[in-house]
Design a binder for this molecule. Structure first.
Ligand code: ZN
Length: 570
């Protein structure tokens, strides 16, 4: 199959797939248990139409955006191939099958980018599909991790760097002494990348925004040369109304070594209002640091430069960026050389967060909180707390001294450092927002909603257990607030914030966590997690009732569809 036909097949299938679920029909008992089981799996992803406001764009920019979205569609086909060599042929089979079972399989295949259910430990849901290969299609089918390691260990330094790099696949060597050979992405994916590069160049010719044109042309070059450095730098320096991220980035799909980058795209519009809010908070950060509820000697008298944060609204996502649970924020690039020289950038997808808030968090709050608290669950509070969480990672103790020895919190707290740091960013984020309310920067109305919204979102994070660092950090906070009388449990099992108690409790936990970080105390950190890092029965009782609430969203990119239909013309 040519790359072009795979791209159009995916586009057609995606529309057909979402049409099945839209408008959302009431769950009908399907006569075929196989169809019903698949529909239940699909139903965990609530269908949603994702839109972005293009009205600020001049005609030239709309047409450029249409080209960029077309280039992004190419990433879908590329990523499918990267996940499993059998994916393109299976997609053709599923697209041909017009039975209800075939339709349900196609829909779930498109959500998962393959025949394995990512929410269910990669259980296959299409008969005959093999177990999901750990090395994906980055390594030869059947090659074991041990065989690859033996080969890698025998390579020269330069060969090894190539073979373990982001942008090569490993294939069986034809004849010769070596069992394997590294193939550059520009060769392995030549046809698709040539097409994507051409579309990016056309977009670059259309836009009048120089930093955007520079990213698009350097990224097009990178597709053909495998040298992504210049385009990563151009991405860091992007200052445009359109914020595209397209190329091979994340390494999660390579479960052998996390070496190989999966193709993906996030095509978005910059949200100027929210981006300005980040800048406004940025101006208050030193003041917040100076008033942290910790011993004055643990405060940082001069905070370093802020890592840039961009708030955007997603127009289109594809490939690795549109599989299973949707990404709501990301940090790139991953190339350590660029990070050393230019730092990294955090991009927050506001309309994706909003869809998750509406379709997942709000239904959770209806179960976890009393009816009277519903009016205090607000997207503004939810999103602003996430922004503050990101900023607070930069505050508090990082470089510390233990017994006169210079070290870092991360080194001293070892495997528990992430859970502690996530809890710190959350709870000190609440502390910081309260500080800004008291200072008059944020409204009293905001104060009312921020704690209750945080409480509802705690249940969202705890749904999948406490193995992951962020969820463990949430458990610590919820249990601490309960013990401090700042969160109460009603006779009906719902949870409420106790307004008179919550402010002091938040300051107290911020102090406890930041102090143990400043001391580099592994013992205090592990003790805190052991005491408070679990799910208590009252919390579990709520989690058990959340079963029918969707786990995540399944987006349909309406703005991108309109761009495709019009080519960006008004
Ligand atoms: Zn964080």
């Amino acid at each position: 199959m040519t790359s072009n036909s795979l791209v159009s097949l995916l586009a057609v299938s995606a529309v057909a797939g979402s049409a099945c679920a839209s408008p959302p029909a009431p769950p009908v008992e399907s006569p075929d248990p196989a169809v019903a089981a698949l529909e239940a799996m699909v139903g965990r992803f609530a269908p949603v139409e994702v839109r972005a406001d293009l009205s600020p764009l001049a005609d030239s920019e709309r047409q450029a955006l249409a080209k960029i979205v077309e280039a992004a569609r190419v990433m879908d086909g590329l990523f499918l191939r990267q996940v499993w060599a059998g994916n393109p042929a299976l997609l053709v089979d599923l697209a041909r099958d017009e039975t209800p079972l075939g339709r349900a399989r196609l829909r779930y295949f498109l959500i998962n980018k393959g025949p394995w259910s990512r929410l269910d430990r990669n259980e296959p849901f299409v008969p005959g599909a093999p177990a999901k290969p750990d090395g994906a299609n980055y390594y030869p089918a059947g090659a074991t991790k041990a065989a690859l390691e033996t080969w890698l260990n025998g390579l020269s330094e330069a060969e090894r760097r190539r073979a373990t790099g982001f942008f090569t696949t490993i294939r069986r060597a034809p004849g010769g002494r070596d069992p394997f050979v590294a193939v550059p992405y520009s060769v392995e994916y030549e046809g698709e990348l040539a097409l994507a590069a051409e579309l990016l160049r056309q977009a670059a010719a259309l836009t009048t925004q120089p930093s955007l044109a520079r990213y698009l042309t350097t990224r097009a070059d990178a597709f053909l040369t495998d040298d992504y450095y210049e385009s990563d730098v151009a991405w860091m320096e992007l200052d445009a109304s359109i914020e595209p991220t397209i190329g091979p980035y994340e390494v999660y799909e390579d479960e052998f070594f996390n070496y190989k980058a999966g193709f993906e795209a996030f095509i978005a519009m910059r949200d100027d209002e929210e981006t300005a809010k980040v800048a406004r908070f940025g101006a208050d950060l030193q003041d917040i640091e100076d008033h942290l509820p910790i011993d004055a000697r643990h405060r940082n008298p001069k905070l370093g430069a802020l890592a840039p944060i961009r708030v955007v609204n997603e127009v289109f996502a594809s490939g690795d960026a549109n599989r299973g649970v949707q990404t709501a924020a990301f940090n790139l690039p991953n190339d350590e050389r660029v990070i050393r020289e230019k730092g990294s950038k955090r991009v927050m997808l506001k309309n994706v967060q909003e869809a998750k808030f509406d379709l997942v968090l709000t239904p959770i709050s209806r179960i976890a909180l009393p009816a009277a608290a519903q009016t205090d669950v607000a997207f503004e509070a939810f999103f602003t707390h996430i922004l503050m969480h990101e900023l607070m990672h930069g505050l508090g103790p990082h470089d510390i001294a233990v017994g006169g020895r210079a070290t870092t919190v991360r080194q001293e707290l070892r495997e528990v450092s992430s859970a502690i740091e996530e809890a710190k960013a959350d709870v000190s984020g609440l502390f910081a927002l309260q500080y800004l309310v008291d200072k008059g920067v944020l409204s009293k109305d905001f104060e009312r909603t921020m704690y209750t919204t945080f409480l509802a979102s705690a249940f969202r994070s705890l749904r999948f257990g406490t193995t992951e660092a962020h969820a463990k950090g949430i458990a610590v906070q919820l249990n601490y607030l309960m013990d401090a009388g700042a969160v109460s449990v009603g006779a009906d099992g719902t949870f409420s914030v106790v307004p008179d108690r919550v402010k002091d409790a938040v300051a107290g936990l911020t102090r406890d966590i930041m102090t143990l970080q400043a001391e580099g105390s592994y013992a205090k950190a592990t003790d805190l997690l052991a005491r408070l890092g679990g799910v208590r029965p009252a919390v579990q009782a709520v989690l058990d009732r959340l079963q029918p609430v969707p786990v995540d969203i399944a987006p349909r990119f309406v703005t991108a569809e309109q761009l495709r239909a019009t080519g960006g013309l008004r």
